[in-house]
Design a binder for this molecule. Structure first.
Ligand code: ATP
Ligand code: MG
Length: 482
């Protein structure tokens, strides 16, 4: 007990000393609340992140009484450049000034019906408001009124859970998750984002309540999945989704990748575990969310293409192509974006074997140029994915692959410097071909254009106007066009 009190005192001192909480906005909110005779607290994610030394932009202020009334007073005091938006139906108000974003809400009590995650809301006390919060670490509140400025209210041992890196619900987890099943996703997301553990009661309750996820919209789920994907090691979140049984319900195609089949003593990689390793590898190198998604999906076509071939073993022929074809359906179903981001993921999945195949074959200039041409500006991302994909347990194999990978990369740099293939535009355009040869628009123009492209990619001619024109005229002569 002694130790816990000590920790709490240190925390209190840290909060009072914290420049963030002493900032003029918070003092001003407290002053206005005192003037109006309202109790008010900064609460939830912002307090958690303050104690974890993480940056956090959205500040939630809870008021025992009317949040809107306090927001109106605060916006007046903040003066020029401050804006107020009131949401009467929800009893909330938002104040913005520059980067500052404050959300004001009256303390409330919630009760739930079975079929919806949207509760019936009544005015309540601070304690009742803390009771409705999803996790102990998200229920922390700091008082802003002058006489108790900086007091930390931690009714559920949230500080201890922060110290122990634990995600735990304040009340009975079965009720917490059944009331609002999105909290199951949030819990796993926090575990992944903060590098925390789910307490065993929390974990078990997610397993028991997993089917309740069906009442949550796909958009909300996607939002949490993206946050998992953006965490330092996304595999933490995906593994928890799998272990709790949620994965099968929200993303069965990914769950399909699990497991190893053995025949005649030959097994294959567990594609699920391999995939998560690749995602973590990519995450170490880049924050690009969509490259991380491409890593997650790069082998999604493997179960469909898996075959046992006598004398060869397990094969996954064309899995990149089959996988790329599955993506638009998956994105649509999971309410992920149906735009150029999806096209990028499709392209990455489709091309992900190409650098590796180059590594395995003898690396010809022509093959490298073709890859540069097809990947265009995304070539660096593709190479990053390809490198992340090298995860064999056989160290010799990995070393050999990595060496060849460097070779291909070097060759790409040389060829790109010389031939500028990345943003390739044929040096002789369709219109000029028609003019030079006196042709009307027809398929022959396209054929000649692509013959020039092939000649450049194959290194027959350099990527230059004069050479391309000369090559065109020679082709035209051969075909009796001039
Ligand atoms: P982040 O902003 O990183 O997503 P957060 O914890 O701040 O994390 P918000 O959605 O901003 O999440 O919510 C602010 C606070 O509101 C939370 O800290 C939590 O106290 C409460 N909260 C949010 N969603 C829920 C929920 N579904 N059930 C219970 N409490 C919630
Ligand atoms: Mg927040």
């Amino acid at each position: 007990m002694q130790k816990k009190t000590g920790v709490a005192v240190d925390r209190k001192q840290m909060i009072i000393d914290s420049e963030k909480i002493r900032s003029s906005e918070f003092l001003l909110i407290g002053e206005e609340a005192d003037r109006l005779g309202l109790e008010c607290y900064v609460i939830g994610g912002w307090v958690r992140d303050l104690l974890l030394h993480r940056s956090s932009n959205d500040i939630d202020v809870v008021v025992v009484g009317s949040g809107i009334e306090l927001a109106e007073a605060v916006v007046k005091r903040l003066g020029r450049g401050a804006h107020l938006a009131v949401f009467k139906t929800y009893g909330t108000a938002q104040v913005k000034k520059g980067d500052l974003e404050l959300e004001f809400v009256g303390a409330r009590k919630e009760s739930y019906r079975h079929e919806s995650r949207n509760p019936i809301v009544e005015d309540g006390t601070l304690e009742e408001d803390q009771n409705r919060r999803d996790f102990t670490i998200n229920a922390l509140a700091i008082c802003l009124n002058k006489d108790r400025y900086g007091d930390l209210l931690d009714p559920f041992g949230g500080i201890e859970d922060l110290e122990d890196c634990t995600i735990r619900t304040p009340l009975d987890p079965d009720i917490t998750f059944s009331d609002d099943p999105l909290r199951m996703m949030r819990g796993i997301r926090f575990a992944s984002q903060l590098g925390f553990y789910l307490s065993s009661e929390t974990f078990d309750a997610i397993c028991r309540n997993r089917e309740r996820i069906n009442i949550i919209t796909k958009e909300r789920i996607a939002e949490e999945l993206n946050k998992i994907m953006l965490s330092r090691r996304p595999s933490v979140g995906w593994k928890l989704l799998d272990k709790t049984g949620l994965l099968q319900l929200i993303f069965p195609e990914l769950a399909e990748l699990k497991g190893v089949e053995t025949k005649e003593g030959k097994g294959h990689k567990d594609v699920f575990l391999h995939t998560l390793q690749v995602v973590d590898n990519v995450a170490m190198e880049t924050d690009n969310l969509w490259l991380r998604w491409a890593a997650l999906l790069h082998d999604i076509g493997k179960p469909k293409s898996k075959q046992w071939e006598a004398g060869v073993g397990w094969t996954f022929r064309n899995h990149n192509y089959l996988g790329a074809k599955m993506i638009s359906k998956i994105f649509k179903k999971m309410k992920l974006p149906q735009n150029e981001k999806m096209d990028y993921v499709i392209k990455m999945v489709d091309l992900h074997m190409r650098p590796i195949n180059l590594i395995e074959d003898t690396v010809t200039d022509s093959a490298v140029r073709r890859l540069l041409f097809e990947a265009g500006d995304d070539i660096d991302d593709l190479m990053l994915l390809c490198n992340a994909d090298i995860t064999s347990k056989n160290e010799d194999k990995v070393r050999r692959y990595k060496q060849n990978y460097e070779l291909v990369k070097q060759k790409m740099i040389e060829l790109e410097e010389r031939d500028r293939i990345r943003n390739f535009q044929p040096p002789v355009r369709g219109e000029e071909i028609m003019q030079l040869l006196g042709l009307e628009p027809c398929s022959l123009v396209g054929e000649l254009k692509s013959a020039i492209k092939d000649a450049i990619l194959d290194g027959v001619i350099p990527n230059e106007y004069d050479a391309a024109k000369e090559y065109l005229m020679q082709l035209a002569k051969e075909r009796g066009l001039v």
